[in-house]
Ligand binder design. Sequence first.
Ligand SMILES: Cc1ncc(COP(=O)(O)O)c(C=O)c1O
Length: 416
Amino acid sequence: MTRPTKHDPAKLRRDTAVLNRGFDPRLSVGSARPAVFRSSTYVFSSPESAERAFAIALGKVQPAESEEVDLIYSRLAHPNAEILEAQLVPLEPEARGAAVFNSGMAAITTLVLTLCRPGTSLVYTTPAYGGTHHLFQELLAAYGVLVRAVPAGDTAALRDAIATAPDPALVFVETPANPTLTMTDIAAAAEAAAARSPRPLIAVDNTLMGPVFQHPLPLGADLVIYSATKYLAGFSDMLGGAITARDPELLERLRLTRTLTGTILQPDESWLLDSRLATVSLRMNRQSKNAQRIVDALAGHPRLRRIYYPDRFEDPEQKRIYEAQCSYPGAIFSLDLEGGKPAAFDFLRRLEIAMNAVSLGGVESLACHPRTTTHSEMSAEQLDRTGIGEGLVRISVGIEHWRDLLADFQAALDAI
Ligand SMILES: Cc1ncc(COP(=O)(O)O)c(C=O)c1O
């Protein structure tokens, strides 16, 4: 068997590559892990190199193959962001680059500012994370972008919206949708986009399943978006965002907007996130296994009207998309409780291990009431239509022992 080496990262498997790419110990006085480069500005090797670095940064000229370009200023790029971006690539099949941002919302804002112009259309799936929904419906629409929402999972409506939207610039798919886990067919969106000229780009918010259980680029997506705050960082102790893509030029356009808007991830956070990437697959596998066991044991509890979890989909179209798109069901599930909001609040108050907090993807289990928190930007009509009812509680399962978590959920349900 030939031995793949770190000098040929393309041949390494992802679990190895994530630890071996993008970092040269010689540039960090030999340290085995990257140093943190906190400097806001960088000393040029010569005035000519400074001139060249600016010309490249502003897109006036292209760098030569393997040219070493001087760093300029940390709002444009810095070593920790560059190391992190290189290490994100092997986690995303077919990605050729990544860009990191100081939150998931900073990534999404940078994306829409780069691609959407007044008079162009943005098609997106609902429910979407409340911040995303607000950004699209309030801010972007006010700047003249034609914003069109399509129910998640409705493949025919999605195809129709992409086919008929005036001058579509971007299709933004959050799948599975937070908090109902409704799945949208990425390949169908890509196929519908391919029939338009110019072709709108497909962005997938892969925060809930990726980069371990769902890979949007091989399904035809152009961009994969992460709230890195969630599974990538994994410990609920930092904010971050990331975008991966196949097309390096598209990433360069995003980086230019990032420079202008100041949305790059800071050096300390880049370093922290970098150290978490090697365990994302271990953590997510354990979290998903925990969630599967807990959901199986809770099913049929008399206090539950329904459990939202990919393993328990009954709708044949949802089952089909899940099987085509995801390798495991992930670690988020939502419980629809008998008794509406009072029952949901009572349940949250009674939990002793899972904490009542928004966010998800950390090693500790969290539970929240989406209708009054993460999704409260949506109108009552939109909430009802997208299945975010009064009795819905979203749970993000951590890496605790699943039997302890199950006992916590069962005791809270029994006591309502
Ligand atoms: C699916 C999804 N996308 C984007 C975001 C926004 O990310 P951030 O909070 O890192 O800005 C969130 C946050 O909850 C999310 O759940």
